[in-house]
Design a protein around this ligand. Structure first.
Ligand SMILES: NC(=O)c1ccc[n+]([C@@H]2O[C@H](COP(=O)([O-])OP(=O)(O)OC[C@H]3O[C@@H](n4cnc5c(N)ncnc54)[C@H](O)[C@@H]3O)[C@@H](O)[C@H]2O)c1
Length: 417
C-alpha cells in the first residue's frame, strides 16, 4: 500500500482532498493543484465553497462521499478556544466523523490544524482504528503536518517554506514527507505526530512571548522617557543572538493568541503550570487598554476628554496587509473607546465596506472626512495607507506600529506607542 501511494504521489496521479477551505486550506488546495495533483476541496460553509470555486476555479464539494477516491486528505478546520479558554476540538471531530465512512483503504490522512500534542493520535488515528479494521502504517497512513502559512507575506509562501511532518509510524511519516516534498522545497521528518504538533506550538509561543517581552520593554521605556523603537532598531544591528520584535497594540488572528494556550492546557494535564505563557497572554491582552490610556493622556494635553471625541481607528485587521478581523486588538480598542463615550469610526483598505458585519462605521479617506476626527489610532500598519495624507489631515495620531517614523513622517501631533 505504501509503495503504491508513494508511486502515485511521485507521478502526481494521487487525488488530493482538502477539508476546510479557509485561510489555510484554500492556499494548500491551490498549491496541490499547481504541483500537478487532482484536487477536491470540501467545505461545509457554502460561502467558503463558493469562494474557492468561483474565485479560484477549484473543484469543490460539501459531500464527504466525494472524497471516496482521494489518496491524500489534508484537514485544515478551525481549532478555536471555548469560552472557558480550553481547546475546542469539535471541528476536527466533526470532520473525522464525517470523513471516516468514505475514507479509502491505502489513503494518507494528514491533520494540519494547529492543536495540542496528542490530538492526531487521539482524535484521528484512534477513531480511524475503531471505524475500520485497518492497520495504520500498512493499510492506511496518518500524520500531522502543521501549516506555516504567513498570510500577507509575499516572500515566504507554501512553495518555499519548509514543512514539518510527523506520522503515527515511520511509513506514515515517509508518505506525508513525499506529499509535502511535492509542494515545497524542504520537509523535516519528526519522530511522531506529537513532536510535530509541539513544534508548531513552540513556534507560535515563541512569537507570543517575544511580542509580550518587547511590549513590556516598551512600557518601561515609556516611563523612563526612552524611545523603544530606536532601542529595538539598535539592538537589531547585533548580527547574532538577537531577533527584533516590535511593540504593538496587542496580538490577534487565529494563531498567536490561541496556540500557546493549547500547549499550557495540555501541560496542565500532566501537572505542569506554564508561567511564560500565562504572563505573555496577560501582557499582550492588556495592550489595548494601554493604547486607550495613552490616547486619553494625549487628548488630555489638548483639554479633551474621550467622551464625545471623534476617534478614527486606522487599520482594523489584526496584522498588516490582510483583512482578517479575528481576535484583532482593534476590536478591543474600539470597544474600550466606545465604553468611554468616544465616537469611533474605522478605516481599513483590506476590509471593504461590503464585508458582512463591520464592527463600526467606516470613514472615507479624503482630507475633508479625515479632518472631522479629533484623533486617530494607527492600529494596523497596512502598506496601502496614504501615511502622508493621514499625517496632514489628522490633528492627533497615536501610532501603535512606528509606521510614520519608519516612513520619515514626524510632527508634534504624532506619538508612537
Ligand atoms: N490562518 C492562519 O494564518 C493559520 C496559520 C497556521 C495554522 N493555522 C491553523 O489552521 C487551522 C485552520 O485555520 P484557518 O485560518 O484556515 O481557519 P478558517 O476558519 O479560515 O477556515 C476553516 C474552514 O474550515 C471549514 N470547516 C469547519 N468545519 C468543517 C467541517 N467539519 N468540514 C469541512 N469544513 C469545515 C470552515 O467552514 C472554514 O471555511 C486552524 O487550526 C489554525 O489554527 C492557521
Amino acid at each position: 500500500m505504501k509503495h503504491a501511494l508513494h508511486q502515485n504521489i511521485a507521478a502526481r496521479q494521487a487525488t488530493v482532498g482538502v477539508v476546510g477551505l479557509g485561510y489555510v486550506g484554500l492556499p494548500l488546495a491551490l498549491a496541490a493543484e499547481t504541483a500537478g495533483f487532482r484536487v477536491v476541496g470540501l467545505d461545509t460553509d457554502p460561502d467558503a465553497a463558493q469562494n474557492a470555486r468561483q474565485s479560484h476555479g477549484l473543484r469543490v464539494t460539501d459531500d464527504y462521499a466525494d472524497l471516496a477516491d482521494a489518496d491524500c486528505i489534508c484537514i485544515a478546520v478551525p481549532t478555536p478556544l471555548r469560552r472557558n479558554q480550553e481547546p475546542d476540538p469539535s471541528f476536527i471531530t466533526a470532520a473525522i466523523d464525517a470523513l471516516l465512512p468514505h475514507l479509502k483503504r491505502g489513503a494518507l490522512l494528514v491533520l494540519e490544524s494547529t492543536t495540542w500534542p496528542g490530538t492526531t493520535r487521539e482524535l484521528v488515528a484512534a477513531p480511524l482504528q475503531r471505524a475500520h479494521n485497518w492497520r495504520i502504517g500498512h493499510d492506511v497512513f496518518v500524520a500531522f503536518a502543521p501549516e506555516r502559512i504567513d498570510p500577507g507575506n509575499p516572500h515566504w509562501r507554501i512553495d518555499n517554506t519548509p514543512r514539518i511532518v510527523g506520522g503515527i509510524t515511520p511509513a506514515c511519516t515517509a508518505l506525508a514527507a513525499d506529499f509535502y516534498r511535492a509542494l515545497t522545497t524542504d520537509v523535516i521528518e519528526m519522530h511522531s505526530p506529537e513532536e510535530a504538533e509541539a513544534t508548531k506550538l513552540l513556534e507560535n509561543t515563541f512569537r507570543a512571548v517575544n511580542i509580550a517581552l518587547v511590549n513590556e520593554f516598551a512600557l518601561m521605556a515609556h516611563r523612563l522617557d526612552l524611545d523603544i523603537w530606536n532601542i529595538v532598531d539598535a539592538a537589531a544591528t547585533k548580527p547574532f543572538g538577537f531577533m527584533p520584535f516590535y511593540p504593538g497594540p496587542g496580538i490577534g488572528g487565529h494563531c498567536i493568541p490561541l496556540d500557546p494556550i493549547y500547549m499550557a492546557w495540555k501541560a496542565r494535564s500532566v501537572g505542569y503550570h506554564s508561567r511564560f505563557i500565562a504572563l505573555a497572554t496577560d501582557l499582550n491582552n492588556n495592550m489595548p487598554r494601554i493604547v486607550v490610556e495613552r490616547l486619553a493622556a494625549l487628548l488630555n494635553d489638548h483639554q479633551r476628554p474621550l467622551k464625545g471625541t471623534r476617534v478614527l481607528i486606522a487599520g482594523l485587521a489584526y496584522k498588516k496587509n490582510v483583512g482578517d478581523l479575528r481576535e484583532s486588538p482593534a476590536l478591543r480598542i474600539l470597544q474600550l473607546l466606545q465604553q468611554k463615550g468616544a465616537v469611533v469610526h474605522g478605516v481599513d483598505p483590506h476590509v471593504p465596506p461590503s464585508t458582512g458585519e463591520l464592527p463600526c462605521d467606516m470613514a472615507a479617506v479624503t482630507p475633508q472626512s479625515l479632518s472631522t476626527y479629533h484623533a486617530a489610532v494607527l492600529v494596523t500598519d497596512h502598506d496601502a495607507f496614504d501615511y502622508a495624507l493621514l499625517a496632514e489631515a489628522l490633528p492627533l495620531i497615536l501610532d501603535c506600529r512606528g509606521a510614520f517614523r519608519k516612513r520619515g513622517i514626524q510632527g508634534p501631533h504624532i506619538s508612537a506607542l
